[in-house]
Structure formats: structure tokens, C-alpha cells
Ligand binder design. Sequence first.
Ligand code: 5GP
Length: 175
Amino acid sequence: QSKLELIRNSIITIPNYPKQGILFRDITSLLEDPIAFRTSIDLLIEHYKDKKIDKVVGTEARGFIFAAPLALALGVGFVPVRKPNKLPRHVFREEYQLEYGTDTLEMHCDAIKPNERVLIIDDLLATGGTVAATAKLIQKAGGIAEDAAFVINLPDLQGKTKLTAMGINCYTLVD
Ligand code: 5GP
């Protein structure tokens, strides 16, 4: 099987989680398979190694798992974007809309320097709301939200269209 099929086959789909009618794509089974996990990181390294990325930002919590090894391999810093009140120093805060209600993300103000070229990593792209808010945090710090990458894309929700319209290049491994 191809590398992408290996990754696809390692992801378990759980119906009606966390609510009725939702098909949840579970990446913990991918992480438990060392070949699938390594392959997903290797594909990201291959794609970004010559793209002059200055920082890798990961979104809490599953984004951290893919962002940290990628940052090490690219030889650049890793920056966590977190849920509210988790980061101890001065933060930028961005609120964004969910289907019902809002959510908030925070990033340390000094984590990104002006004009740094930033790659955002999350496990899954749905509507793009999480990464759009993350891109705004990076812009508040003066950085350039150049790229975003995901292990899984849910194409029906058109997150790629939303992020591309913001000037963010998207790379996804499996639909
Ligand atoms: P978006 O903001 O693009 O609408 O939603 C993506 C966010 O929700 C990501 O941070 C992702 O971790 C989480 N998410 C939504 N649905 C799923 C799912 O089915 N599986 C996983 N692993 N994460 C999901």
C-alpha cells in the first residue's frame, strides 16, 4: 500500500462521537502505529524542508503531536497555541465562532517575531475556524501565516477554500 493509504488505514472512524450524527476521525490509532506516525511526519518534512519556514505553530492539543517533531526536523522553534488561561506570560487572544457559541485561543506575544514565516499544524481541517484564528494570532505578533498543514481534511466543510482566501497555503495528507 502507498504511504497515504497506510496513513488513511491507520485512522479509525467513530460514529456518533462526541455527539449524535458526528463521524469522529480518531488519530490515536495512527499514533499507536509507529510506521504510520513516522510516515505522516516524514511526508510533512519532505513538503516543508525547503520552504524557508521560521517557526512551527501547533494548536492544542492534537496539533502539538505533529508540530513538535516537525519543528525539530526542520531545525526551527515550536510555538503552542492554547486554550484560554494556560500560557503564563503576556498573550494575544482571538475569539472565533463555532456552530453554537464561541471558542478562544491564545499565544504568547513574543513567540513570533516580526516577518517570521510561520507554518501552522493541526491534526484535522474541518471548517478552518481554528487555523483562521491561529493565523490572526500570528499576524497580531507581526508574523506571516504562510502555510498550514493537516493530517486529515474534511473536504465537504471547505476549510481549504476559507484558508486559501486568507492567503494561507494548505497541505493535507488524506481526505
Ligand atoms: P475547524 O476549526 O477546522 O472547524 O475544526 C478543526 C478542529 O476540530 C481541529 O482542532 C480538530 O482537532 C478538531 N476536530 C474536529 N473534528 C474532528 C475529528 O473528527 N477528529 C479529530 N481528530 N479532530 C477533530
